[in-house]
Design a protein around this ligand. Sequence first.
Ligand code: NAD
Length: 513
Amino acid sequence: AKEFGIDDALQKLGIKDINEGTSTGSVNFGSGDIISSYSPVDGALIGKVKTTTASDFEKVMNSATSSFKTWRTTPAPQRGEIVRQFGDKLRELKEPLGKLVSYEMGKSYQEGLGEVQEMIDICDFAVGLSRQLHGLTMHSERPGHRMYEQYHPLGVVGIISAFNFPVAVWAWNTALAWVCGDVCIWKPSEKAPLCGIACQNIAATVFKANNLPEGISCLINGDYKVGELMTHDNRIPLVSATGSIRMGKIVAQAVASRLGKSLLELGGNNAIIVTPDADIKMTIIGAVFGAVGTAGQRCTSTRRLIVHESVYDTVKDALIKAYNQLRIGNPLDENNHVGPLIDTAAVTLYEKALKQVEEEGGKMIVEGGVLKGEGFESGCYVKPAIAEAKNDFGIVQHETFAPILYLLKYSGEVQNAIALQNGVVQGLSSAIMTNNLREAENFLSCAGSDCGIANVNIGTSGAEIGGAFGGEKETGGGRESGSDAWKIYMRRQTNTINYTTELPLAQGIKFDL
Ligand code: NAD
């Protein structure tokens, strides 16, 4: 870690005593059990963080609800100015934060920097949005009346995030929620708690410099039990939860039982369709990056490649060749393509999936395996694998968060490939590689891909913040980031104003006194 400047990065991010863990300010400081964060890169202890107890949570909640009163009446463009300053701080700290993301989560340094760039991008987007947040005006049926709608701040937003995007998911939510006038309580993944503390430190600096209350940005730490404090609390009108489908089903029920709103960003099972008219070179780059980038731990990772029989062998051979060139190792070393999985529990799930695909009749064309020896001491490094499989295998239907790609064959028309692509419970990201306009338009039509994201001639991963991000079916239906995703962070109100001296009723109803 030393040679890659981790100590220096931690210091720049305000994580000073790495063995005790740290946090700014009283409201964010937990008094519960300690979580130790180990790096999957080299297995070393990075730091310890105190978790949040129920009574700590009460303090955080009080701080958040009282801060909301100040924040909701701060004009939206002024809130945007705070988010602009927050974005500038992220620009200053991009390298140390990107490095911590890489070291604590295990993605490549380049992807760590990319994740911080996404935070900066959403801040820029949110600043522009802070001068908009517009409703509509409509015409009243009654004379001398005016109708319009407006969007008001919602309140305390709870954010529960997954380990694989340990900083960006929070920023997608919080930058929008802040300009919308909400305050946020964030529970980061217990697998990347120091990333949470680093972000909280950055936000706290900005709020403090502007004499704004600390409770606008709150951090709580711990596992699912701490998350449940938020999902069951009716002082939190919106819970935004990113993670597994299993988690989403529990969170959705808890929040719905108190008629709160939830924004769910859950697992994917993303496919690229490769038609006879595909550009094979582009296909291989898109598929390999999609399958092995972040060691297959993106919600948008490519898990299935659905290839037309006429180009199947060409694609298969090119994939095997590309996989032979992959360098696996320390993700902070820019020469490597593939870093570690998050922890040894994830390695066990990877091994189980490889076993299962063979048991179900799949054939490995690029063998997997766990790497041992120098440089792999953490036990978290695995070989990206490819199996020839069938779409209805149990394991193919399931999202394994690891670099395993399933190669599926289709014949006939593109509709047959679309049926396979849609034939899973998840509906996040999808792509088609084709130079044939008819195929592309079929894929994008109402009878085409059923996913929240459908791409032509690019892979399944690597979305930009300008579009709304999220998926259908068991992916949860939520949308974050760009377009009009901001609306879920606000409450909508319809207003009718009568500027006459009469009181006509709607629908012509007569009520004379
Ligand atoms: P996970 O479901 O194990 O945990 C996610 C978060 O939920 C953690 O903070 C965890 O503590 C919390 N949690 C778990 N159970 C909870 C409960 N009952 N109540 C409240 N909180 C609870 O997921 P993970 O392993 O961290 O992340 C990987 C998963 O996340 C994958 O399925 C991936 O596809 C998904 N993901 C989806 C998106 C998306 O935008 N669709 C983005 C990133 C990750």
